[in-house]
Design a binder for this molecule. Structure first.
Ligand code: DO4
Ligand code: MG
Length: 288
């Protein structure tokens, strides 16, 4: 088993490597994920399979390049539709988008706005209720080909989105709201890639306070359909990551708190773990 991974080295912030058994190796000619996503699937696979024996030392970070865009799809599972209808003052929009041909697609994050496995995700200080959204992220090259799969935690301030769907960007795009990783499993190594199981749990003070599972079999749209809409009237010169929506939403009485640990496991892809902290209102002043 191997993965495409991104590591921070002493000289590079987002170095693309091939991971095998916890060790990282150079991939000839490919320094960043963007280099890889400029290639078509056949050429990428050829280069990946001839990865060198030059080991690279670094710390695993989110699988992105400095110029990567991360997008999200929404209301792609029945559970997501029902949960949003429950929490929203304007429930019809979720039913309509669930049934419509055109999916909900939104801009979620950049590299700077993404954290990786083991890093901290944030809950907004001004949110009353916050939840993780455990999702499969698909990695797409500039030719709209699916080249790999990863995991995304599309953190969401539930009551803010519930108050008004037009607050979606504030509910979902803030400091610490996007986690990705741990790595990318190449699509050619995944068996039955559209049937994978997804498990998630929240731990508080060492005890599980919530856990749930779903499967990509319950995704209401095909990856091809989502990619097709994402690439309409859009240019992705360095590819794109698309988080495919959540099929797991905690009940209304569960909300994340600082110190919680969120764990998301996707069959054949890996396990993404993040500790939760509060993102203060004045985060902009605190970061130099
Ligand atoms: O409509 C709001 C966002 C939906 C979403 O992120 C999801 O279903 O995962
Ligand atoms: Mg989501």
């Amino acid at each position: 088993m191997s993965h495409l991974a991104v590591v921070k080295t002493s000289t590079e912030k987002y170095r693309l490597v091939k991971e095998i058994n916890g060790k990282y190796f150079e991939i000839p000619g490919l320094k960043t994920l963007s280099d890889a996503l400029k290639l078509n699937l056949t050429d990428l696979k050829k280069i990946y399979e001839t990865a060198s024996t030059n080991e690279i030392n670094g710390e695993l970070v989110a699988p992105v390049a400095p110029d990567t865009e991360v997008w999200g799809a929404g209301v792609t599972y029945q559970r997501s539709r029902d949960a949003r209808k429950e929490e929203s003052g304007i429930p019809d929009v979720y039913q309509l988008v669930y049934e419509a041909d055109r999916p909900e697609l939104f801009f979620k994050a950049t590299a700077r706005r993404s954290v990786g496995h083991g890093a901290e995700v944030g809950i907004r200080e001004d949110a009353l209720t916050s939840v993780p959204e455990p999702e499969v992220a698909i990695v797409i090259n500039r030719f709209a080909e699916l080249i790999g799969m990863s995991i995304c935690n599309d953190m969401t301030s539930r009551n803010i989105e519930g108050e008004n769907p037009l607050y979606l960007s504030q509910a979902k795009i803030y400091f610490g709201s996007n986690s990705l990783g741990p790595m990318i499993r190449p699509i050619w190594e995944i068996f039955d890639h559209n049937k994978l199981d997804i498990n998630a749990k929240i731990e508080r003070n060492g005890s599980i306070i919530w856990q749930a599972a779903t499967s990509l079999k319950s995704l209401n749209r095909s990856f091809e359909d989502l990619i097709g809409y994402l690439f309409r009237c859009q240019h992705f010169p360095v590819g794109v990551l698309l988080s495919t929506g959540t099929g797991i939403v905690p009940p209304l009485d569960i909300s994340l708190a600082s110190g919680d640990v969120v764990t998301i496991t996707v069959d054949q892809i890996g396990t993404l773990v993040n500790k939760v902290i509060t993102t203060p209102l004045d985060i902009n002043d605190r970061i130099k």
